[in-house]
Design a protein around this ligand. Sequence first.
Ligand SMILES: Cc1ncc(COP(=O)(O)O)c(C=O)c1O
Length: 409
Amino acid sequence: MNFPLLAAPAPLLLPDGGAAAGAWTLDESSVHINHGSFGAVPRVTQELQNALRAEMDAAPVAWFPALPSLVREARTRIAAFLDVDVDRTALVPNASAGASVVYSSLPVTRGLEIVVTDHGYGAVTMGAERLARRWGGTVRTAHIPLGATASEAHDAIVVEFSDRTALVVIDQITSPTARVLPVGSISAEAKRRGIPVLVDAAHVPGLYASPMDGIDCDFWVGNLHKFACAPRGTAALVARGDLADELYPLVDSWGAPYPYPDRFDTQGTLDQTSYLATPRSLDFIEETWGWDAARRYLSELADYAEHRIADAFGAVTGDDHLVDVGMPVNALRLVRLPAGIATTHPSADALRDRVVSELGVEGAFTSFDGIGYFRLSTHVYNTPTDFDIFAERCVPALLEWAREATSAP
Ligand SMILES: Cc1ncc(COP(=O)(O)O)c(C=O)c1O
């Protein structure tokens, strides 16, 4: 089946007229269309972080006592970027750590239940399962059809709430299915019933201007090192309500007597230059293109990319490879793979590794309900050509590998 191709947006350029990718240090011999997994850091931010590390290494005794106040400055800037209150915002190394902080800090409530969804990030869900074991309780998993509307997804989650529910863990943007979940309405319903909610917003910072608008949850954690292009090891944990002051960093340190979130600014002898360099990435994108214009580009490029790739598959299979995810994301999209590949999480990861090594393309593959998907990401350094290359180089190989998988005895 051939889909009418959407017009390709004009690539973003640097002020000197060069390609946007020139501001990053990604290997030019491969194609990077998986910003969503591990991010990518602009050169100017890497340079600042390297300079900060040099300062730390030159005079550690001057560096470390001054560090908590520098961390506070960085989180003030990060909170302003996220449009959240700095006095509710702590910095943690990553979204996994933010979830672990919540899991390890909540008061022990024996026999209680945690509600998660089948779109959750595996590592965060495993943390919830471990907490439930420690509580002698259970995890209830809400099953949400891939294409569920906001109200269908809301109902599928709320139906799992009971008098025993002590925590709800829900993604604002899901990892395997690249969709939005209605975290605002879920948080409102949970609040009405007195149930705390942890929103896993790992992908969210950078993708929305005020990402917590309309979300009255107890805990929210988002990675700055994904779409906000911060150095790896930078995430914001926002906690509101009575439970906020229960939260302690995973590393017990000298900040312990201070209230939340100040106690998170002190973390022993740790390299926190990732936090300090983060504002450089936020400023770089704002000064070069403006975040609003960047977000528009990400969305237009993702529209082009998903149609281009689905069209390439469909031209051979005759099927529709576009995916209805109910509540789509601007810069992350799914394209359905031919049957037989990436049908499980381990086989999707193995496919990702094979595509890197044999085809020179850094992408992401996911599986949901036994079906494999290519999950594409867009960022300012990507161009339509990146996705044309995927369509021309990877689609034929994936079709061949799927044929081999389905014809194997
Ligand atoms: C929804 C979701 N939660 C959590 C994480 C974990 O992020 P990190 O590895 O930075 O802790 C990811 C990573 O992709 C994610 O997609």
